[in-house]
Design a protein around this ligand. Structure first.
Ligand code: C2O
Ligand code: CU
Ligand code: CU
Length: 543
């Protein structure tokens, strides 16, 4: 892809910002002093990353209507499976009012189209890559056989992309070309069919790009969409449904003077050279909060219960959400589900922390809010304009026959410590990689040819994770439970079955899981997308 003028102004912005901020707080702290865990805890920064500033006028909050991504229709639904087609292509869209923004999209939209599935009914999505770079699709949270899980070297090459790594411009200059030569990679040209059995608990999944070294900028440019799995048992609960169920994909972005998204990539075409400029090595934060692709949107609601399916699709930004009425009252956020589906029973939050890639299934009740009134969703970790997320405007009184049952599910696994056949330790920390800054697991950067974790199908394991700065840790294939946090019982928002757990600076977390489903090569990694691209990923081989 050609370098656009917007990209250049983005860089200029980035550099200007650097002079203001100096090196990004947390990273500078950790990298320069090699700060240990207890010191990090004492000085716990509220964010990990550096914020870009937009160079276009930003709209006032709570004016733009909330879009709801359209549900994709299958091209065929015969033979007990649904088949979908998605074209990955570049479009220009209006995200900020009156401003044209080039995006990389699934099917021409950001977020991409939502896929709605039933548990156990297989889905095949045929992706066609019409973007200028290779792509990889991963269904996050899916119990997917390895061939369709989107391993980062299983590239779908666009037309005209050289087949052999050695033919690729610039490749021979890379000090660690070997890393690209993954003998197990299965590359395809132009198109690839991904098959998802979806034999799993119903929940909100999301699909996103997972190309090695370039996941963060690809997601940033728009390669993300939702995939909802449902089943009869969940439908029968009587939770708010229809237009009272809303998916909310929250993501921050920043806009350059020309209207394009700013991203301080070393290679703005995202072709060869991975990485981002300083001071963004710890993660990239935008100054515009988008929900379903709209800036600080507003949505008209009935004075009734709503089910919010919240996803943090930001590269690095953490949120602590609260729902506040005009007269300053905080509404309860009643959590009914986690990353991997329904909780056993509801958990009520006033403040809901959500790390990149986490999902929370939350009921909010607008019944006590006067018609004409407003409920703002705010981010306690934001400042200035990033404190606002979105708003609901109560439009009318309405009847409500929804329920929030005391028992939501009875099929959660009950793993005990004594079930674990082994315990593993992983440190998620800053370190050196390719002679520069990297993010490492157990002291090592990602290498697709190395084996990191090998486990047997069906084994239960406990993993002890420790972090220097914020690291949302994600496992492919399996859901897990949080056993402890900082040596204490888990926090209320750790409930249920998760696939991503947020480690805050200096924290340790124990998780327990059973590696079942499929044999093959999977991954675990930090879902701060910049960290992931800068090495913080490892192989998980199930044999
Ligand atoms: Cu959303 Cu490998 O992950
Ligand atoms: Cu995943
Ligand atoms: Cu990380």
């Amino acid at each position: 892809m050609r370098e656009r003028p917007d990209d250049r102004s983005g860089w200029a912005l980035g550099m200007a910002r650097r002079q203001v901020l100096g090196i990004g707080g947390a990273l500078g702290l950790m990298a320069s002093t090699g700060l240990g865990t207890s010191a990090a805890l004492a000085r716990r920064p509220s964010v990990t990353g550096a914020e870009l500033r937009s160079a276009v006028p930003l709209p006032p909050a709570f004016q733009v209507p909330l879009p709801v991504p359209s549900v994709l229709a299958p091209v065929s639904a015969s033979g007990g499976a649904d088949r979908y087609e998605i074209i990955q292509r570049e479009v220009t869209a209006e995200i900020l009012p009156g401003i044209r923004t080039p995006l990389w999209t699934y099917g021409g939209a950001f977020p991409g189209p939502t896929i709605e599935s039933r548990r156990g009914r297989p889905v095949t999505v045929s992706h066609r890559n019409e973007l200028p770079v290779p792509t990889v699709v991963h269904l996050h949270g899916g119990r997917t056989p390895p061939a369709s899980d989107g391993y980062p070297t299983d590239l779908v090459l666009p037309a005209g992309w050289p087949e052999a790594v050695d033919d690729m411009p610039g490749m021979t200059n890379m000090p660690d070309m070997r890393r690209m030569l993954d003998p197990r990679a299965v590359r395809s040209r132009l198109r690839r069919d991904y098959t998802f059995p979806l034999d799993q608990r119903p929940t909100l999944l999301w699909y996103h790009d997972h190309r090695m070294d370039f996941t963060a900028p690809a997601i940033w440019r728009g390669l993300a969409g939702l995939h909802i799995v449902r089943d009869d048992a969940e439908d029968a609960l009587g939770l708010p449904a229809g237009r009272r169920e809303l998916p909310l994909m929250i993501a921050d972005r920043a806009f350059a003077a020309g209207g394009g998204l700013v991203y301080p990539a070393l290679d703005p075409g995202l072709r060869n050279r991975p990485g981002v400029r300083e001071p963004y090595l710890a993660g990239i934060l935008g100054d515009v909060i988008l929900v379903n692709g709209a800036p600080w949107p507003v949505h008209e609601v009935d004075a009734a219960r709503y089910r919010l399916r919240v996803l943090n699709a930001s590269n690095a930004r953490h949120y602590e959400l609260e729902a506040v009425t005009d007269d300053g009252r905080r509404l309860d956020l009643v959590q009914v589900g986690a990353d991997q589906g329904l909780l056993a029973m509801p958990v009520t939050h006033r403040l809901l922390p959500i790390a990149p890639a986490e999902r929370y299934d939350v009921i909010i009740d607008f019944v006590g809010v006067p018609v004409g009134g407003r409920v703002r969703i705010l981010n306690r970790l934001g400042s200035g304009r990033t404190r606002d997320v979105m708003a609901f405007r109560i439009a009318r009184k309405a009847t409500d026959d929804s329920r929030v049952p005391r028992t939501l599910s009875t099929d959660l696994p009950a793993w005990r410590r004594s079930d674990a056949v082994r315990v593993r330790d992983f440190a998620f920390r800053a370190g050196q990689m390719r002679g520069g800054h990297g993010w490492l697991i157990g002291g090592q950067p990602f290498d697709p040819t190395r084996s990191d974790v090998t486990t047997r199908l069906g084994d239960v394991e406990i993993w002890r994770l420790v972090a220097d700065v914020h690291h949302p840790v994600h496992l492919h294939l399996v859901g897990f439970q949080v056993l402890s946090r900082r040596g204490r019982p888990p926090l209320p928002h750790d409930a249920g079955l998760k696939d991503t757990v947020s480690l805050r600076p200096g924290e340790s977390v124990e998780i327990i899981t059973r590696f079942d489903g499929y044999r093959g090569r999977y991954l675990f990694h930090c879902h701060n997308a910049e960290h992931e691209d800068m090495g913080m990923m490892a192989n998980l081989e199930i044999i």
